[in-house]
Design a protein around this ligand. Structure first.
Ligand SMILES: Nc1ncnc2c1ncn2[C@@H]1O[C@H](COP(=O)(O)OP(=O)(O)OP(=O)(O)O)[C@@H](O)[C@H]1O
Ligand SMILES: [Mg+2]
Length: 442
């Protein structure tokens, strides 16, 4: 290495920093040598390739050995990116006698080594450190920095002695420009692309899980580090599939023609109900502030109106209560006035950590293949909500890990997406727990 502590003289009164070694991965060893030789190193590639860890180790090495007293900027788009660096760096820094502060931006000083310091900031907070002139700049997740942040950084590049620019996405045009420079000026720059597979940090079974969970476009961008699609919005252009009119129950219905899907919610949240004929949504309803007892009566009414339609519902967690109520409704043969009513089935769907991603992937394919038809949002509420929520639904990778989560952007809802997803839960996603009545009641 970059042995995170090697070469650091133990100052008086400070215990000798414990060597915190990690053996450099082959690409990191390459980058380490390059970094000693050139002014700037650019690394692109997949997630979990050891980029952040490598750069943190280099910065440590530099502040304790080769460039004591330097001011280093560590810039990244989000706090979580700074946290990922800080988690590695702080213990090293403390052992080396630095006095880290974590507010208002991350901050480590090396008073014992000529006052060097590491200033970690998100791109939004760059202005907070503008007066602290850097000798070294590290940019992490460079593909997601805003043009404004790039403009501020570019202005500093000139006076800087050393630069590291890393990123897994190549969306930002400024990041692409830096890559181009690095590739064309090999005397001053070093460039390396490293895939998650090549880096070899992630275990094989974890990779197998991701391969199964992720659509190929996300695999290509996140694991192979190919520029282009991936991440972000899950369902591409749902609007094109929303051209249907809606209709009310026909007078005569052959039983089994329609199916109902219901995403129940406790009273303060939104409940979404859809009526389907095959893959076509024909009618929908959405409400809020209703007790489960009221909600289940409402859903039961809809199931009966549509010819005793089977209701596929989310029975995960508190949904289990709603499932019990609705099942009881479905078994009744008479309404309150003693009039005969159609019975209906209720099918509970249980979402799990494994089944939800599988389900999202399945629905993603359905949308891609155009095997879904929704009501035209021109028909207004709640059909416009379905399309809006589908279009906004996103995939987000956990800040520092290999988990992906799915949902509406914060502050928005995804009850309409769940309602649609339920329609496809049985047929398309193997591994979805689709229990029958008896099993569910166990
Ligand atoms: N040489 C190494 N030896 C052992 N573990 C390492 C090494 N390099 C990195 N790691 C570990 O691998 C994990 C991923 O590393 P790191 O976060 O640096 O990767 P990254 O490419 O920045 O990933 P992300 O896509 O999350 O930004 C971390 O837990 C890190 O501590
Ligand atoms: Mg990283």
């Amino acid at each position: 290495m970059v042995d995170a502590a090697e070469g650091t003289q133990a100052p008086e009164g400070v215990s000798k920093p414990k060597a915190r070694k990690f053996k450099l991965l082959p690409w990191q060893a390459w980058a380490h040598e390059a970094w000693a030789r050139v002014r700037g190193v650019v690394i692109t590639g997949g997630i979990y390739t050891g980029k952040t860890a490598w750069a943190a180790a280099e910065v440590y090495d530099l502040l304790t050995r080769t460039m004591r007293g330097a001011t280093v900027w560590w810039v990244a788009p989000e706090n979580a990116n700074i946290d990922a660096m800080w988690e590695l760096f702080e213990p090293w820094a403390i052992r080396a006698g630095a006095k880290p502060r974590t507010h208002p931006h991350y901050y480590a000083r090396f008073p014992l080594h000529g006052g060097g310091r590491l200033l970690g900031v998100t791109a939004d907070n760059l202005n907070m450190i503008l007066s602290k002139h850097p000798r070294v700049i590290v940019i992490d997740e460079a593909g997601r920095l805003t043009p404004k942040a790039w403009a501020l950084l570019h202005a500093r590049f000139v006076g800087v002695k050393k630069l590291i620019v890393m990123g897994s996405a190549t969306l930002a045009p400024d990041f692409q420009k830096v890559q181009k420079t690095a590739k064309t000026l090999p005397k001053r720059w070093a460039f390396r692309h490293v895939t998650t597979l090549e880096a070899d940090i992630v275990e094989a079974d974890e990779l197998a899980r991701l391969k199964k969970e992720l659509p190929s476009s996300v695999w290509d961008s996140d694991i192979l580090g190919k520029p282009g699609a991936g991440g972000g919005n899950v369902f591409k252009n749902t609007r094109r599939l929303a051209t249907l009119p809606w209709h009310t129950p026909p007078r005569k219905i052959t039983p089994g023609t329609y199916e109902v899907t219901w995403d129940p919610a406790k009273s303060s949240d939104w409940s979404f109900l859809g009526v389907w004929r095959g893959n076509r949504l024909v009618w929908a309803d959405r409400w809020q502030y209703e007790a489960y007892t009221e909600q289940t009566k409402r859903v039961a009414r809809v199931c009966r109106e549509w010819g005793g339609a089977t209701c596929i519902m989310d029975a995960t967690g508190p949904g289990g209560v709603a499932y019990d109520y609705l099942s009881a409704e479905g078994m009744r043969e008479q309404d309150e006035d003693g009039k005969e009513v159609p019975r209906f089935e209720v099918v509970p769907v249980i979402w799990t950590a494994e089944s939800k991603p599988a389900m999202v992937l399945a629905l993603e394919r359905v949308v891609e293949d155009g095997n879904l038809a929704l009501v035209d949002p021109e028909h207004g509420y709640p059909y416009d909500v379905v399309v809006e929520e589908m279009d906004a639904f996103t995939r987000v990778r956990s800040a520092s890990g290999l988990r992906y989560s799915y949902g509406a952007p914060s502050g928005q809802f995804d009850d309409g997406v769940s309602m649609v997803m339920l329609r496809f839960s049985g047929s398309l996603a193997p591994g979805i727990a689709l229990l029958g009545h008896e099993e569910a009641e166990e």
